[in-house]
Ligand binder design. Sequence first.
Ligand SMILES: NC(=O)c1ccc[n+]([C@@H]2O[C@H](COP(=O)([O-])OP(=O)(O)OC[C@H]3O[C@@H](n4cnc5c(N)ncnc54)[C@H](OP(=O)(O)O)[C@@H]3O)[C@@H](O)[C@H]2O)c1
Length: 385
Amino acid sequence: MKNVCILGSTGSVGRAALEVIDNLKSEFRVFALSCDKNIQLLKQQVEQFNPKYVCITNPVSAIKFKVGNPDLSGSLFTGLDGLKTLASHPEVDIFLNALVGTIGLHSTLLAIKNKKRVAIANKETLVAYGKIIMHEVNKNGASLLPVDSEHSAIHQCLSQSNAPVRRIILTASGGPFLHKPITADITPESALKHPVWQMGKKITVDSATLMNKGLEVIEASVLFNIPASKIEIVIHPQSIIHSAVEFVDGSIIAQLSSPDMKLPIQYALTYPKRYPSSIKPLDFEKIKKLEFMKPDFNKFPCLRLAYEAAEAGGTMPCVLNSANEVAVQSFLAHEIKLTQISELIEEVMKKHVGATALLRFIKSPSLSEIEQAEEWAQQETKNII
Ligand SMILES: NC(=O)c1ccc[n+]([C@@H]2O[C@H](COP(=O)([O-])OP(=O)(O)OC[C@H]3O[C@@H](n4cnc5c(N)ncnc54)[C@H](OP(=O)(O)O)[C@@H]3O)[C@@H](O)[C@H]2O)c1
């Protein structure tokens, strides 16, 4: 029986993870859960899964929860320190980071240092702090399993062979604007209608601009130690092939399934074992066709920016990610247009290498230098907005 700590249990990935655990009750026990503000759902999860501890990061929500549930106050942690305590708790076997943004960086590092199995959905942390995280993984001999469906697919393909890799084929659904023009009047409501995946708001907007795929290129480069130039994006609207790896001999191994996040989550929890799951079986006759096309880098400039950030390395992926996080929040708040997201990111990235930059690009940054770059990029993006 493995104890699982899920940070971000009220989100899309967190909820799917609880469904996986509910289906594999004999293998996994929910040890700890967390939310930021959604205490109503957290309460329901507590009633259903009876975790030993919960953490609520938002201070006002934490007080409300305490007042409403005095019997649970002994098992309640709060704030970022609470996340860190739970991630590194001696009784935790598996730590699932299902948070959005880089908020869970230090809990992830602590889980790695304490040799937990780390299942990571949280791509922003990997994009901004990937080198630092992988250094800690290697130093501590920890096990880090990707939860993003494409990276789970790549992990599954790579585990078939030690042969050199010619390229990684990273598939993308294409998002809601694949066959529609991207115009200045696109509202957050229309950008939030994803054709395939039901996800949190931030990643859904990233899927509309294709920044999600750009972040995934950097994530794959970090996780599998392969240059971004060897990672090719292919638009595949059916989202059946979750990604593929081409080996040196020209063989391509791909991973296929119905699009359902429960599968990569389960794989990250059970690897190297496999268990029955509730995933809908693939019916090839019903699918009939699988389409593939090249992404349009002019229509989706975030892709170009992500490759540029990956190639620059150092503090640049963090700057790209932070500018994007701030820009997406502003778009969701109706403050800027969808088309301005890439413009803002590009401007901030240019400032980061400019001669008058207050915080210059660093090629081999320390953890604290990346944190400074993150803060600078957030502030700079807000200033421009
Ligand atoms: N959704 C997917 O299918 C999917 C697929 C692949 C990768 N990912 C990645 O997985 C991560 C989570 O995505 P998601 O779609 O599940 O996001 P989501 O639905 O927005 O959920 C985010 C979770 O993090 C919590 N949270 C938000 N802000 C926080 C803060 N400041 N401090 C502490 N906790 C905070 C939320 O709590 P509240 O509910 O209280 O706000 C919620 O539990 C992202 O990095 C995303 O890119 C997601």
